[in-house]
Design a protein around this ligand. Sequence first.
Ligand code: BGC
Length: 735
Amino acid sequence: MSRIRSAGAAALASMSLLVLPALAQHRPHKSKPQAISEPWMNRQLSPDQRAELVLKQLTLDEKIALVHGNGMPGWGPQRPNAYLGNGGAGFVLGVARLGIPMIQMSDAAYGVRSSAANGRYSTALPSNLGSAASWDPQAACAYGALIGRELRAQGYNMTLGGGVNLTREPRDGRTFEYMGEDPVLAGTMVGNRIRCEQAQHVIGDIKHYAINDQESGRNEVNAIISRRAMRETDLLAFQIGISIGHPGAVMCSYNAVNGDFACQNKYLLTDVLKRDWKFPGFVVSDWGGTHSTIRASNAGLDNEEPLDDYYGARLKRDVLAGKVPMAQLNDHVRRILRSEFASGIVDHPTQKSVVDVFGDLAIARHIEENSIVLLKNQGAILPLNASSLRSIAVIGEHADTGMISGGGSAQVDPPGATSPPWLSHVWFPTSPLKAIREQAPRATVQFNSGSDPAAAAALAAKSQVAIVFAHQWSSEGMDLKSLELPGNQDTLIEQVAKANPNTIVVVESATAVTMPWVNKVKGIVEVWFAGSDGHHAMANVLFGKVNPSAKLPITFPLSVADLPHPHIVQPPPHAQGAAPVMKKGTDKPTFNVHYNEGLLVGYKWYDAKHKPVLFPFGYGLSYTTYAYSNLSADPQVRSVSFTVKNTGARAGVEIAEVYASLPATANEPPKRLVGWSRVSLAPGQSKTVTVAIKPLYLSVYNSATDQWKEVPGTYTLRVGGSSASLPLTASFNLQ
Ligand code: BGC
């Protein structure tokens, strides 16, 4: 565990000593509860009915025990009941006498975290952002199901995955943990991931609610944003994700929003989440993100993690004194119990087992194959022809041994390695060099690390093709200073490209990157953080066993100068020394970030400001080509129909995108994504597809009336293969 987190934890832990005796009274047994034939075990009853029946049985101490965590390894001194934990980020005691199990939580952004420390193994999937590039809800489902199975196999019954903060700021160090810049795409993908993760009988989670769009000073920053802007952007991603995935939990974020910390923000937790969206599950705090007892409880925080600074002895005291109504505590408890029943963790206790390592590798590879974006393919340099190539130069740091992964609490341990220090770069043993050698057995494949660009260029000069592996790492607790490839990588690519016109760049990146060399290389392939079998997926695309189909879930700008905020807003000096800022927040946010761009997130910003970009949102090439025709739009059922034809010689999948431009009176960005279809086509084949558009996706949020409404007038529907290439338009009127 990190030095920094441990430092912050000491303060937390000292406060928690207060309530140790109370905890000791509730020490449950680790053994499995006996079969209980009590009324709440009747599976015919709804989760609400079952939760209500349990609630009636609980003592005050049992209720309090359900609304807080019991520590996290490395987060301050160990608690007396730490032995009951499973090694994950937190756990909540159960009520063994009533058959209510403990909730064992693990981080699981792109796979189960810290497996090695636990003596176990887990599969790393492609980064969450990468998986969003597939635009494939079924792939999102497979992603979630894999994580759900591997969590249970390791003895966990709750995930801390489901990150969906919108990419409002692409330098955010956690961009790789999220699903991109469009709320409809991000919400759909995260919702399907959670739906299928939870179907494995783990409590699902969606995070970090909300507007945690930069990491710098995250414990102290106050995000200032209009209600309309947040409802139509960041919150819409959560709204869609929750409506599809029905997660048992929502994790409130560290930052403040419009003056109140998210974990005590009544507008976010009660008015929007619980009232407007009718969310029936529980709100769990981010780790150390709770700032109060009465205020947080009134605002709608249900569970404090990872300790009990505010929701242990203090909450009990305030309930006994009538400062927190019992009905309010009951609501917190009922929600937690409800999610336990709804997810099936009561009826299906976990049992540790060995995961299907090879089966899960195949799933990870398949998802990555659908997530790799072909950005440039000049002169059809790709796919490479293994039978005619005689020499290939593989260039780049670690390209002989591995591929990089994302850091922070998302970090999945590579096979055989124990949890690395908090901010270290972790390379999975997925050797691009080996994977390329396997696919090109007739070619001489030589490696150069690129530390000396001249030597790398010399190798490139004597090879038929040069493949440069470029990387950009990031982590929770930090933001990137720029979107440039770090170190000497831009120079390296320039020099290799000068030495060999047949240069291909494979980008392993956390987020968007700038590419000053874009016009000097022939091929560019974005593979993101590629996961446990990423090298095979990458090679399958380079050599044409897989025809790429993915499309960018974020815009790649030409320069950071084109972003809404030229610089990430930094915390005040007291917090600046500690990078990353992990210290527990003060009572009040100490600095503001004004998200004045409001509705103009991602492509909507570049559209509105007429700024050219490097690669637009929704863009991605294929080894075949597609033509679009025959658009018709039906206002009655709010749908569009059109024909897509595969005009090339290879089978492929085209992601056909549908955008809407709203009537001018709506005062909206020029266009918004309202739907898409993944169309699978043999060479020469045509298909007519219909995309239904949800009324919500055509609506505007009015903060005066607190309502979503379609504005009367003419809607223009635009269809094509990228946000910047929409050859078909049609319109309809809505009254
Ligand atoms: C992160 C959460 C994570 C938690 C537990 C926090 O620092 O923001 O995403 O789930 O730690 O590890």
